[in-house]
Design a protein around this ligand. Structure first.
Ligand SMILES: *Cc1c(COP(=O)(O)O)cnc(C)c1O
Length: 366
């Protein structure tokens, strides 16, 4: 018999790593599903899945956990191996956190222009940030690390398949379970943004799997690639304008975006997203990031349409990350002035909508 000491040691380490991940899940609580009611929409219940309450502050906590599990169970990740991914944001922070848990070196390949706070967050967790001048080069740089033996977590390539779409407390199963005792446990709509496409794929598949009529709406920054791509079923679609909203609004359609499980796409102006994030802070008492605002603005547009048609029901959306990460950008009035973002008209019309059920200035929505 061949001496397989090295093989057994590898399997033993994988076993220990999986146990560590399971312990982490057991120590963690599920994220809250918050409910809000608005006078303008007496027949519509709004629910917000608070993904900012994960230990690493965003829905990327779920994704990072899944990506490590997937790499481990595919035999691609070994003791002491460096882990790498291309990410300029929440994913890198969550991946760095899990790398520390597993005792692995972690490299985040990021554009040099990434917000300094995010670089500091990754470094504080023991991760290394490899900054590249040209944002288009991040994937090539990650590939260089892989050629040198690193394990590629590959959020954009694997998000859609690393998550257990039939359950295992994925975000969709969690939401529907938390709605169980509500007056309308089967939502009319679930609204989410798209970055990797992992979240929308998981929700869309799970709705079908559970044989629900709930529809899935993607909230996308105006001119985003997913809006163009979804309407024309073109995987090569590109964004017609950039966005200031991080985590969503990809310049091109990523491989994990599944067109066929999406029932509608609503485009939201960046100013409306920021105004909606500030409105959420007033309503909930906590500051969330820009993409949470994009989601909320899209919910109000859907709700206004439902109200006009005399429909009732519930709408669920996601609070994707903590607003603290954008203190020096989206939530700094001087920064907004410098970037020509006037949110005042949107603050007014969104606040009015809560009272009247009508979104007056729908300019900026498509
Ligand atoms: C990643 C991300 C999203 C989008 O989620 P995906 O599952 O990647 O499509 C939305 N908002 C924020 C803040 C994110 O980091």
């Amino acid at each position: 018999m061949k001496d397989d000491t090295a093989g057994s040691a590898t399997r033993a380490w994988v076993r220990d790593a999986l146990a560590l991940l399971e312990q982490e899940v057991t120590r963690s609580a599920d994220t809250h599903l918050l409910r809000l009611d608005f006078p303008g929409f007496p027949d519509i219940a709004f629910y917000f899945k608070d993904e900012a309450s994960h230990p690493t502050g965003s829905l990327k906590h779920r994704l990072a956990r899944s990506l490590y599990l997937y790499a481990l169970c595919n035999g691609r990740l070994r003791r002491g191996q460096t882990v790498v991914d291309a990410s300029s944001g929440s994913t890198a922070i969550s991946e760095a956190w899990f790398a520390r848990l597993l005792g692995l070196p972690f490299i985040a390949v990021m554009p040099a222009a990434t917000a300094p706070q995010k670089i500091l967050d990754v470094q504080a967790l023991g991760g290394h940030c490899d900054l590249v001048e040209d944002p288009a080069q991040v994937h090539a740089r990650a590939a260089e690390h892989v050629a040198n033996g690193a394990c590629h977590l590959d959020q954009f390539g694997l998000a859609e398949r690393a998550t257990d779409w039939r359950g295992n407390n994925n975000i969709a199963e969690s939401i529907l379970g938390q709605l169980r005792r509500e007056p309308r446990p089967e939502p009319e709509w679930i609204v989410c943004g798209v970055g990797t496409g992992g979240t929308s794929a998981t929700i869309g598949r799970y709705l079908r799997y559970r044989r629900l009529d709930t529809r899935l709406c993607v909230a996308e920054p105006s001119g985003g690639s997913y809006a163009h791509g979804w309407r024309t079923r073109d995987r090569n679609a590109v964004a017609s304008q950039p966005t200031r909203i991080e985590g969503i609004g990809r310049p091109r359609v990523e491989p994990g975006f599944i067109f066929d499980v999406v029932d509608d796409v609503i485009e939201v102006d960046d100013c409306a997203s920021i105004a909606a994030a500030l409105l959420l802070e007033q309503l909930i008492g906590t500051r969330y990031g820009g993409s949470s605002g994009t989601n909320f603005a899209a919910c109000l547009q859907l709700a206004a349409g439902m109200r006009t048609r005399g429909e009732s029901g519930s709408i669920v959306t996601l609070l994707c990350d903590r607003g603290m990460r954008y203190q020096q950008t989206l939530f700094d009035p001087d920064w907004r002035d410098t970037h020509g973002l006037d949110i005042a008209p949107w603050q007014q019309s969104l606040a009015d909508a809560l009272e009247s059920g009508v979104l007056t200035s729908t300019e900026g929505f498509a």
